[in-house]
Write a protein that binds this ligand. Structure first.
Ligand code: CA
Ligand code: CA
Length: 189
């Protein structure tokens, strides 16, 4: 991708993006216009500040964590359109009867897990759980209550007794909840 002066996507680019992300051409076009409207400098990439202007992210208690998820791995300080779509595809509500449904669910679980795993050591500790709870509930609940929620959550999910939640334990704990619905953020409306 890189820098571009044209605001239009070429057909072969759309086809490739469709294959990589599962979005329909129509959705890709709409997300592209969304992308370019956020791209104030018209440089083909977005900064953290650009993301924080997305209303759904600005009002989300986990907004900053969500923005961080765009800036992982090979991505340093700017996100191009392909990387943008790849992260968004993890929030996409999956269609019923789709053959890669399990795969999509795994991705969402991994994504959610990473959101909690603040220090990226592949374990969710009580402190990390507490930090996330703080972000989500603000000041409405007392510190003691939050601590007891975090402790109870760890206790319920922790199967090997190391006081931390591994990805496997996390998946089992969430098995009965509708992760896809919870993780779906409506960027497309
Ligand atoms: Ca951790
Ligand atoms: Ca454990």
């Amino acid at each position: 991708m890189g820098n571009r002066s044209s605001l239009l996507l070429r057909e072969e680019e759309i086809a490739q993006l469709q294959q990589d992300t599962g979005f329909t051409p129509n959705q890709i076009e709409r997300l592209y216009s969304r992308f370019t409207s956020l791209d104030r400098g018209d440089c083909g990439t977005l900064s953290r500040d650009d993301f924080l202007r997305i209303p759904e992210i600005a009002i989300n208690p986990l907004g900053e964590r969500i923005v961080n998820s765009f800036f992982q791995g090979e991505v340093s300080d700017r996100v191009n359109f392909r990387q943008f779509l790849q992260v968004l595809s993890q929030f996409r509500p999956t269609k019923k009867n789709k053959e890669n449904k399990n795969n999509a669910r795994d991705h969402k679980l991994r994504f959610a897990f990473n959101m909690y795993d603040l220090d990226s050591d592949n374990m969710i500790s009580k402190d990390e759980l507490l930090a996330i709870l703080h972000m989500m509930v603000g000041a409405n609940i007392s510190e003691d209550q939050l601590t007891s929620i975090a402790e109870r959550t760890i206790l319920e999910a922790d199967e090997d007794g190391d006081q931390k939640i591994s990805f496997e334990e996390f998946c089992k704990a969430l098995q009965r909840t509708d992760v896809e619905q919870k993780m779906s953020i409506r960027f497309l409306n």
